[in-house]
Ligand binder design. Structure first.
Ligand code: AKG
Ligand code: FE2
Length: 350
């Protein structure tokens, strides 16, 4: 990535400061009960814990999650071999605005360049996505995975890993649904033609980590994010209660679960999608792999009927998920002069 260029420099108010490391930190939830029972009465304590974490933090970590650790290790190893290739090799599978799957090294978040390189892979290859909000863009777009020649094992590692994390995502979705007092499978129908994808993130060491961010502050737009990180650390979450940035301590063999904007809207703001960002450091590279669990492109996102009434009216007007995703993906290719699309643009003034 070379010398730090002005495009990476964050405005003063968004530059990283030493983050607070909380003794307790974000909630840590043990999912081992899931292996022994799916009876809601047995699971009641776990469901309540998840509900509290979604409400108070929008973030939690899980252990005993059922994803074999070898799958993550295999994918991290294959991903590292890919990122070690020369830039011109990686750019042979470069993503672009027509097909946003593949490699990219100039991603922007909120119109500032991120100190990272990435590789995007669809979980269900070939699913389509909507047109964007651009008036000239009326067509459906196919999301097609692009595979590099080297390392040959990358494809299988991505496919096996995402199938396993998908299972965990459905379990979490069902627990979240029950925690809102809804039937376990209330949300499952939205994921028939899921637009879920994984992203391999590589954050190289940065000579001026006080000026740039690995990923600028943002909220994840989908339903849920299931994030694996290595042992380097750097993820920070903005605490809902007081707006302070808290660092998320790497815990071996755990996943970080992050409520996305869609669950915030479905729950009519009972649950939070927390702002987060990634700080980089001058010594160590870091790898992370988020799995973005996203519904079908044609999903109309709005507060769930059972959760609204006269006393608690809908806080959002409906929006089309595929359009939202496409517009957001397009905005991470370059610096724009306008704020990129956010759910607060659909908020009903109360
Ligand atoms: O690398 C991380 O820890 C988080 C990355 C992230 O927030 C994202 O890719 O949306
Ligand atoms: Fe994120």
């Amino acid at each position: 990535m070379g010398e730090i260029d002005g495009a990476f420099i964050q405005a003063i108010e968004h530059r990283p400061k030493p983050a607070i490391v909380e003794a307790e930190g974000i909630p840590l939830i043990d999912l081992s009960l899931l292996n022994t029972s799916d009876d809601p009465r047995v699971l009641a304590g776990l469901i309540a814990e998840i509900g509290d974490a979604c409400k108070n933090w929008g973030f939690f970590q899980v252990i005993n999650h059922g994803v074999p650790s070898g799958l993550l290790w295999g994918l991290l190893t294959a991903g590292k071999k890919f990122f070690d290739l020369p830039l011109q090799e990686k750019r042979k599978v470069r993503r672009d605005e027509d097909n946003p799957m593949g490699y990219f090294d100039t991603e922007h978040t909120k119109n500032v360049r991120d100190w990272k390189e990435v590789f995007y892979v669809m979980v269900d290859n070939g699913n389509v996505n909507s047109a964007s909000h651009e008036p000239a863009d009326q067509e459906l777009h196919k999301l097609i995975n692009q595979w590099p020649e080297y390392p040959p094992e990358l494809r299988e590692a991505c496919e096996e890993y995402s199938r396993s994390v998908e299972k965990l995502s459905y379990k979490l979705l069902e627990l979240i649904s029950m925690s809102l007092g809804l039937p376990a499978k209330r949300f499952n129908g939205f994921f028939k033609e899921q637009t879920s994808f994984i992203k391999l993130n590589h954050y190289p060491p940065c000579p001026t980590p006080q000026l740039a961010l690995g990923v600028g502050r943002h909220k994840d737009p989908g339903a849920l994010t299931v994030l694996a990180q290595d042992d380097v650390g750097g993820l920070e979450v903005k605490r809902k209660a007081n707006g302070e940035w808290i660092s998320v301590k790497p815990i071996p063999d755990s996943y970080i679960i992050n409520v996305g904007d869609i669950i915030k809207v479905w729950s009519n703001e009972k649950y939070e999608s927390a702002e987060h960002r990634v700080v980089v450091n001058s010594e160590k590279e870091r790898f992370s792999i988020p799995f973005f669990f996203n519904p079908s492109y044609y999903t109309v996102v709005k507060p769930i009927e059972e959760l609204i009434d006269d006393k608690n009216p809908a806080k959002y007007t409906e929006y089309n998920w595929g359009m939202f995703l496409r517009t957001r993906m397009t905005s991470n290719f370059k610096k724009l002069e306008v704020e990129n699309l956010q759910i607060h643009h659909f908020k009903i003034p109360q």
